[in-house]
Design a protein around this ligand. Structure first.
Ligand code: SAM
Length: 339
């Protein structure tokens, strides 16, 4: 049934908003643009409920445990940033020798999009580990970017990302770039109870320790989905993760922001953190290390020239939006960096 608007239902604006929230179980205005979703696939895996809908304005919509993961229309915002920010920050410091490879690990990301973006770098090789075979199967059926898994540079592993990291640490495996595209670790039900989701194991200190060990000592980059600063409980998690990463020894731990209309607050963020040889990273800034990696330590002319070499095009990512993603509202900067 179509939405009534205020004029035909007699609602005030506030009543209408309340009704939309209750009926749609969603909190943002933008979700009302997803109206009249048509279910394409609804199934329950061992780990989560997986749903795909066709929407009026955002193409196909993909949900896990009722939480929106992506829509075809704005998925490039999130996935391009998760892939290109760490790759460019790696390449800004170090380019592989002729014939050399960039070893990347993708944890989560069972829709395949981050992996498909990473493949735009001709010399990348990727281990991709996701917990849920069913997410992979549903993505293969409904999303074109899942063809990434057919590329011979990708080794797809079905399993728990935290266990995979532990095993690779034991084997002394090294990566140059690690991208963790996990769903949120927790959710809160209608009574405010904290619900633990399958990805919570990917956000604890022991797991981050393992990631640190897996990154090349000379120059390695870790990137992960790190929630929105607009929800107070998420902001607390952001503060905790920043402290954990620094305690472990990561350099240049920065929270960057992505505008994404269909996520509940229209904003999602990521952490990017380096395992680096400080001399190398700081060279372009006269050896002075400051927090301001976006302006000082990354050589943006190198980023621009490397960006021109990728295969294909992007819709959201370009070096200037990469650089400005770390400019946060003043109160957020204070909350993250001065707390
Ligand atoms: N872009 C999304 C977002 O933030 O809304 C995240 C997308 S991605 C689909 C999340 C993936 O994490 C899913 O494919 C899920 O199966 C995977 N996942 C959850 N827990 C995991 C774990 N412990 N190990 C590996 N993958 C996990």
């Amino acid at each position: 049934e179509p939405h009534h608007d205020a004029t035909d239902s007699g609602d005030t604006g506030a009543q209408k908003m309340k009704r939309v929230i209750e009926e749609e179980h969603e909190i943002g205005f933008i979700q009302t643009l997803l109206v009249h979703p048509t279910p394409i696939s609804v199934q329950q895996s061992d780990y989560q409920t997986i749903e795909v809908y066709e929407s009026d304005h955002f193409g196909k919509v993909f949900l896990l445990d009722e939480a929106l993961q992506l829509t075809e229309r704005d998925a490039p915002h999130y996935n391009e940033m998760l892939a290109h920010v760490p790759m460019m920050e790696y390449l800004a410091v170090q380019q592989p020798d002729e014939g050399g490879t960039i070893n990347a690990l993708v944890i989560g990301g069972g829709d395949g999009y981050v992996t498909s973006e990473l493949l735009k770098y001709p010399n990348v090789v990727i281990d991709h580990v996701d917990l849920d075979k069913e997410v992979i199967n549903v993505s293969k059926e409904h999303f074109e970017w899942s063809s990434a898994w057919e590329d011979e540079r990708v080794n797809l592993i079905v399993g728990d990302g935290a266990a995979f990291v532990r095993e690779q640490v034991e084997k002394k495996k090294k990566y140059h770039v690690i991208v963790q595209d996990a769903s949120d670790p927790f959710w809160y039900d209608e009574n405010g109870e904290k619900i633990i989701l399958p990805s919570h194991v990917l956000y604890d200190m022991k797991h981050f320790d393992g990631i640190y060990a897996l990154l090349e000592d000379s120059n390695g980059v870790f990137m992960f989905q790190a929630e929105t600063y607009n929800i107070p409980s998420n902001l607390e998690e952001i503060q905790t993760w920043k402290k954990s990463l620094e305690e472990i020894g990561f350099d240049g731990v920065r929270y960057g922001s992505i505008a994404i209309p269909t996520y509940s607050t229209g904003q999602i963020g990521f952490f990017v953190a380096h395992v680096s040889n400080k001399d190398m990273v700081c060279k372009s800034d006269g050896g002075v290390c400051t927090m301001d990696l976006s302006a000082g330590l990354i050589d943006w002319t190198v980023v621009s020239s490397q960006f021109e070499k990728i295969t294909g095009t992007t819709k959201y990512y370009h070096p200037r939006i990469h650089r400005s993603a770390f400019d946060l509202p003043f109160w957020v900067e204070e909350a993250i960096y001065d707390s």
